[in-house]
Design a protein around this ligand. Structure first.
Ligand SMILES: [Zn+2]
Length: 218
């Protein structure tokens, strides 16, 4: 079983992908995490990604994303399914994605789209904080208050990433709307999309997803 999970920032797709992967013994494929993992390797590709992420701080080019995609796909046993977390992000990626998935002998069984309102996206994400040194994540109002300025693990500064401010979230939502919604429409035209209400807690959302998945398996 191969599943794609899409949705706007803060919809919980990372958590749901993880829960799905655990339940059905699927590989959870998160492109951001894979890029960071390859960047730690002492290989020409690893060095190139490290350089882009830490020195030039530019977007990772398509060519590299495709290489990392292929590396990852090659590392997963054929019989094991995959949860593709947050990919493809735009129509250009969707084209490569479809061809590559097919080449690796797989097919997409379902595309789960988790929806929440823009207000909810902003409310959830603007609470995120991160240590500027070890990158440990915190939730404002839950793990920390305004008195907590230093990371409990390493003493680094707890900061809010620009991407996580209200303005930053609105910008990313616009990109989701302009670039990823066309991908959703495309998969819809193939009858692959199940839309899930993401406004409840993570167990409720997971129950809705399970219902959809068990229907296709049934
Ligand atoms: Zn820290």
């Amino acid at each position: 079983m191969n599943i794609v999970i899409l949705g706007p920032q803060g919809c919980g797709k990372g958590t749901q992908s993880e829960m799905l992967a655990n339940r059905f013994d699927l590989e959870h494929f998160d492109m951001g995490k894979s890029l960071r993992r390859v960047a730690e390797e002492d290989t020409p590709l690893g060095k190139e990604i490290w350089e882009i992420q830490n020195v030039s701080k530019t977007l990772v080019p398509k060519r590299i994303m495709q290489q990392v995609f292929a590396l990852k796909m090659n590392s997963i046993p054929r019989e094991q399914g995959v949860v593709f977390d947050g990919m493809p992000r735009n129509l250009d990626q969707a084209q490569y994605f479809e061809e590559a998935v097919r080449e690796f002998g797989r097919k997409i069984d379902r595309v789960i789209v988790i929806s929440i309102s823009p207000e909810e996206s902003v409310a959830r994400i603007s609470k995120r904080r991160v240590c500027d040194k070890c990158k440990k994540g915190y939730v404002f109002g839950l793990d920390i208050t305004e008195d907590d300025v230093n990371c409990e693990s390493c003493g680094g500064n707890i900061i809010q990433r620009t991407d996580d401010t209200e303005e930053g979230v609105m910008k990313r939502l616009k990109v989701y709307h302009d670039e990823t919604m066309p991908v959703v429409e495309y998969f819809k035209s193939k009858g692959l999309v199940s839309e899930i209400d993401g406004s409840g807690d993570e167990d409720d959302v997971f129950d809705s997803i399970l219902e959809t998945i068990l229907n296709i398996e049934g």
